[in-house]
Write a protein that binds this ligand. Structure first.
Ligand SMILES: [Zn+2]
Length: 187
């Protein structure tokens, strides 16, 4: 992984990127609980950092639909996803999970060398605040539901690998891509 400094300004005609180091499995910060956001004034630079970091990973690895602030060492309850469009969720909380479950392949930017199956709720309801502090609620199912459950877990120091369905499903990245990747692309 390429580590860039505070601002990448090697190409002056390209807008400065803020690609941050993604903490890797074993780093104890990933196991900490993040704090609720109270000061919303710092969110725009955090959003930029999360967005640039996610984009960098997607370009360099092909994976990266979402990232949580603690993955870049910021212990705040903030999740950023970019599936069809950028989306910042502040203080997100899962308020309902469907009893129906689904089995999906999962991995994480904090350990993109291993893939495994987890069981997630098929549908969830999430409350969160937007950048303007406005309270919002969203209902998600399928891939988006899985993504939000994965990212919101990070805010409590829970990693997807804690939820591995069966240790025997663990694959290296190479084996996962060879055997299963066409069905699903997780991160
Ligand atoms: Zn993750």
């Amino acid at each position: 992984m390429v580590l860039l400094g505070e601002k990448e300004t090697a190409l002056p005609w390209v807008s400065a990127l803020t690609v941050r180091e993604v903490l890797q499995l074993g780093n104890p910060i990933l196991r900490e609980r993040s704090f609720p956001v109270e000061d919303f004034s710092e969110l725009s630079s955090l959003k930029e950092d999360l967005s640039d970091t996610l984009l960098h990973w997607r370009k360099s690895t092909g994976y990266g639909r979402g990232i949580a602030a603690p993955q870049i060492g910021v212990l705040k309850r903030v999740v950023f996803t970019n599936v069809d469009e950028p989306w910042l969720l502040v203080n997100p909380k899962i308020i309902w999970k469907s009893p129906e479950r689904m089995i999906v392949w999962d991995a994480c930017l904090s350990y993109l060398t291993i893939f495994f199956q987890v069981s997630r709720a098929q549908q969830i309801k999430v409350t969160y605040q937007d950048m303007d502090r406005k309270e919002r609620e969203v209902e998600a199912e399928g891939a988006l539901s899985e993504l939000l459950q994965h990212e919101i877990d990070h805010l409590d120091g829970i990693l997807a690998i804690d939820r591995v369905l069966d240790l025997r499903t663990i694959c290296t990245k190479g084996e996962y891509e060879k055997r299963y990747a066409k069905k699903n692309k997780e991160s």
